[in-house]
Write a protein that binds this ligand. Sequence first.
Ligand code: FPP
Length: 232
Amino acid sequence: MEVPQHISIIMDGNGRWAKKQGKLRLFGHNAGAESVRACTEYCTEIGVKYLSLFAFSEENWERPAEEVNGLMQLMFKYVIGEHDTFMNNNIRFRVIGNYEHLPEDLMAAVHREEEVTAGNTRMTMILMLSYSGKWDILQAARHYAADCLAAGRQLPLDEAGFSNYLATAGIPDPDLLIRTSGEQRISNYMLWQNAYTEFYYTPVLWPDFRKNDLEQAISDFNNRQRRYGKVE
Ligand code: FPP
């Protein structure tokens, strides 16, 4: 069985999961943190090299302040609380997104954790926070334009070169993208990077998503034929 090098997950359905139990949305997000732990552990075990998780989009800032603040607190608690897991399992931790929008205390904790785990090599775990695909492409275009201005000429640019301007520079494109909760859309997530990614949708709500669901997604991935637009 081929283990995807990079698995990415759009973690969806926390709100519906909570509602089903008559609880507040934040209850679902808290429960979702347990699924994050389970998936990180399993991916590390089976040899996945990159696990990226869509934890908060640029659009999510429009949610009610109470939910946004609760989510930021949850992220903070997670970054602080997972330190031993990252170190004991040789996991490199990273956050990718629009840092400008993220609270200072959270960013300070993130940068500390990124620094101490920078030498870890077994798997890189990436939280996509305040991230959106269009934002990423736009910031890349701006950086490229700034480099051209600085150089005083139009610099050559190809697809690989443009990828290096993206916030995900250096990280291979996702092989498998999983979205939970039955929704089947990309929701402004890694638009450039997912050009040839295999998509897998499951009705399972994120707080219920566990190792066996991930196994099923990987097994499905193994039945796909990736042709990258060519013929066999
Ligand atoms: C989508 O569910 C989920 C989010 C917007 C937040 C993702 C956050 C977590 C999974 C929390 C745990 C993560 C970490 C890293 C600690 P939704 O609120 O859109 O659910 P709904 O579609 O049912 O309303």
